[in-house]
Design a protein around this ligand. Sequence first.
Ligand SMILES: Cc1cc2nc3c(=O)[nH]c(=O)nc-3n(C[C@H](O)[C@H](O)[C@H](O)COP(=O)(O)OP(=O)(O)OC[C@H]3O[C@@H](n4cnc5c(N)ncnc54)[C@H](O)[C@@H]3O)c2cc1C
Length: 321
Amino acid sequence: MTDETGPGADVVVVGAGVIGLTSAIRLAEAGHRVRVRTDAPIRATTSAAAGAMLGISGAGPGDPLTTWTERSTPVFDELAQDPASGIRHRHGRIYVDVADELPPWARVLPDFRALDPDETRGFRTGMAVTLPFADMPTYLGHLAQRAERLGVTVEHRRVDDLAELGTGCVVVNAAGSRAGELAGDPAVTGVRGVHVVLSGVDTGVGIEEFTMEIAAAPRWTNVFPHPGRIVVGGAALPPDDPTPDAEVAEEILTRAIAVEPRLADARVLGHEVGWRPVRPTPRTEVDDRGVVHAYGHGGVGVTVSWGVADEVAGLVAGLAG
Ligand SMILES: Cc1cc2nc3c(=O)[nH]c(=O)nc-3n(C[C@H](O)[C@H](O)[C@H](O)COP(=O)(O)OP(=O)(O)OC[C@H]3O[C@@H](n4cnc5c(N)ncnc54)[C@H](O)[C@@H]3O)c2cc1C
């Protein structure tokens, strides 16, 4: 079978972020010949800029984000057996300012403990838990290698119109915050996030536990330690927010040092910027042209990725069958 991207692919996935790569893996495992098209290097995707805390989506029972998280977390737990995957478990604290009570799902998280009122740093509530984390550059490298071993090819070329990919293959639109441009869907917005990357344990800043604040404000603080680097955030800025990235990064660093004074000893390695693909509801469905769409997972795209990929593989199987 031939399409414009070269011979052999019966599925073309647009996007080499975490959703595109994970979907490509599940599709190749199901026996498809898969080609990925991306206009950015994998290390320059929004996925590469993620923190990334896994294991909770914050959505309630019955929400697809919850179902996808429940499917994904056991996969991350298994991946954590191999540190080279970039996945590992971390213990830490989550401070919550959006509710007075912790949600019921929180209490079943590993090593859960509700924080005492004198431990919540002025937040309304909080908990200590153990969660999986992804060191994204390493994890995306792991996914890319795994996809390659399964015969998935990656082509670095922009797609201007999904129709250009031909009719001889199934197309999966996993183009992140720009998926709406390809789908004619104005509901997707790119919400800017910035992370400051600091030198870590290797330079004597011995931070092993994570800190996460869940706040309604567009700016909060998270401290995620990874091997060799510490990623601190956070921000969720709408497309029209004019604050320069460097200024946002400077504010983040000041807040992070206030939360964790030992960070003052760390060296700033740089900052990373990504565009969360925010949509009122994520889109995972086949449209009337037979295109499979998988985008709009906002700030939890990594968390839900294996569940989404399973669903994409199911939708493609349905089209083939
Ligand atoms: C600062 C920050 C922190 C975050 N923290 C977390 C976290 O802790 N936990 C979590 O689960 N999630 C987190 N997220 C969210 C997560 O990063 C995203 O939900 C996820 O990366 C989206 O993945 P994606 O594959 O849909 O999109 P992307 O990673 O944006 O990938 C899109 C791909 O599509 C390609 N593409 C787009 N348009 C075209 C085109 N026309 N032609 C060819 N290729 C195209 C791009 O080049 C890219 O390869 C965070 C995000 C940010 C920005």
